[in-house]
Design a protein around this ligand. Structure first.
Ligand code: MEV
Length: 445
């Protein structure tokens, strides 16, 4: 048996090793190196050409990490039905999205609209000159910057996007000599991160030239220090709204003998709590992101960027709040989600990852705007399902039912044992201990 390697050592030149050698070294950290190597390799794709695609997404790849790829069917958005691909490990999320989507499909479906699709980038720089001079020549500077990126923006303009505008932002009260050029972009159907970052780095070079060559600036004012050029993941104007609405009576009987109005009022209180209390708001919004992230991942989009923007947006007035709002008027229930979702349906992983490509095809190859509306609707579906359970039967019943399979797999139940357990736990409360005991009893009889 190979000896286990001590964990606290530096591995030099790891990225330059062959994949086989990386697997070997990493497996030396484990109790059983041979078993560890076999495990990692067992998740390699049997088709080398497919595996190569995954290996090249990232550095130091040693295996593939599987997460279930499922479908939330019957998501009706603006009258069109989508069967939405979702990638998520949490057992109850797909069930929640599906049941909520079915529920709303019988009540007019989700409505959605894209408010705007503006993306943002910043060139941060330090400059100690007279601000009034910069303000005076700012239009000239804008023209100069546009000219400097002509080659980079040409293709994007042909696709209907490009640079929207430039703004000079003065941060000198907060940080000495600190300014930024804040640039707004339309990246059409692409996420556009590479496009934006390329433009920004070109702006940074052009900005330095502009200061150097413009006669308005004195010798000292010709010096500018570029701090960094990078897109902002905060995209409050890349915003989508999704909503559902119905009459109270369409909610009658949603749980036992609760009337639609009773449900709507309790639901409203739950959402108000999420508007008031940061602890609840965070969990409430997490429920939205259960759906949002699952579709973002399935379609090859950057879910970290979407989450970061969503949480910053939730705190836009200084207090972190729910991303959803409920309105009850007369006998009407109205529930909406407003969320920034910067995503793409062309370029990046969307065309490289075979399953991302498949997901987009399943959705009818939507434009970025259409996908924003689908993603927001699934986010709202998940959040609605969570609040509906919380204000009625609680979430643990549904959660633990789905979790039953995880527990059964964990204790290595056979197919027959699983079938018996599923039957038994229709009316019994699921817990790890209860399932374990049930299987032990089965095995003794
Ligand atoms: C669990 O993944 C998500 C919920 O906690 C969301 C919520 O509490 O609103 C159920």
């Amino acid at each position: 048996m190979p000896r286990r390697r001590k964990r606290d050592y530096l591995i030099r030149g790891f990225s330059k090793l062959l994949k086989e050698d990386k697997v070997k070294i990493v497996s030396e950290l484990m109790d059983n190196q041979v078993e560890a190597m076999d495990l990692l390799k067992s998740f390699w794709h049997s088709d080398n050409s497919k595996q190569k695609i995954f290996d090249e997404f990232s550095e130091n790849t040693i295996s593939n990490y599987y997460i279930p790829y499922g479908v939330a069917p019957n998501v009706v958005v603006n009258g069109r039905t989508y069967h939405v691909p979702v990638v998520i490990e949490e057992s109850s999320v797909v069930a929640a999205a599906s049941s909520s989507s079915k529920f709303w499909s019988e009540r007019g479906g989700f409505k959605a609209e894209v408010v705007d699709i503006e993306k943002i980038g910043q060139v941060h720089f330090l400059w100690s000159g007279q601000k009034s001079k910069l303000v005076k020549v700012f239009d000239e500077l804008k023209y100069y910057l546009r000219g400097a990126t002509k080659d980079t923006t040409k293709n994007m303009e042909q696709r209907g996007g490009g640079i929207i505008d430039f703004e000079l932002v003065d941060f000198t009260d907060e940080i000495e000599n600190s300014y930024q050029i804040k640039v707004t972009f339309d990246t059409a159907d692409s996420m556009g991160a590479n496009f934006i970052n390329s433009c920004l780095e070109e702006f940074a070079n052009a900005l330095q030239d502009f200061f150097k060559t413009h006669s308005i600036f004195s010798k000292e004012e010709k010096e500018v220090e570029i701090v960094m050029s990078i897109l902002s993941n905060y995209t409050p104007n890349c915003l989508v709204r999704a909503w559902v609405e119905c009459d109270f009576k369409d909610l009658d009987g949603i749980y036992k003998d609760m009337t639609g109005e009773q449900f709507a009022r309790k639901f409203e209180t739950a959402v108000k709590i999420a508007e008031t209390d940061v602890y609840r708001a965070t969990t409430h919004n997490k429920g939205v992101f259960n759906g949002v992230d699952a579709v973002a991942i399935a379609t090859g989009n950057d879910f970290r960027a979407i989450e970061a923007a969503g949480h910053a947006y939730a705190a836009r007035d200084g207090n972190y709040k729910s991303l959803t709002k409920v309105k009850l008027s007369g006998t009407k229930f109205y529930y909406e989600l407003n969320i920034p979702i910067a995503l793409g349906t062309v370029g990046g992983l969307t065309s490289l990852h075979p399953l991302a490509k498949h997901s987009l095809e399943m959705l009818g190859n939507p434009s970025a705007k259409e996908l924003m509306m689908i993603v927001a609707s699934v986010g709202l579906a998940n959040n609605f399902a969570a609040i509906r359970s919380l204000v009625t039967k609680g979430i643990q019943i549904g959660h633990m039912k789905m979790h039953l399979y995880n527990i059964l797999n964990h204790i290595e139940a056979t197919k027959n044992e699983k079938a018996k357990a599923v039957e038994h736990f229709v009316i019994h409360k699921v817990s790890y201990g209860a399932v374990q005991k049930f299987i032990e009893n089965l095995r003794q009889t």
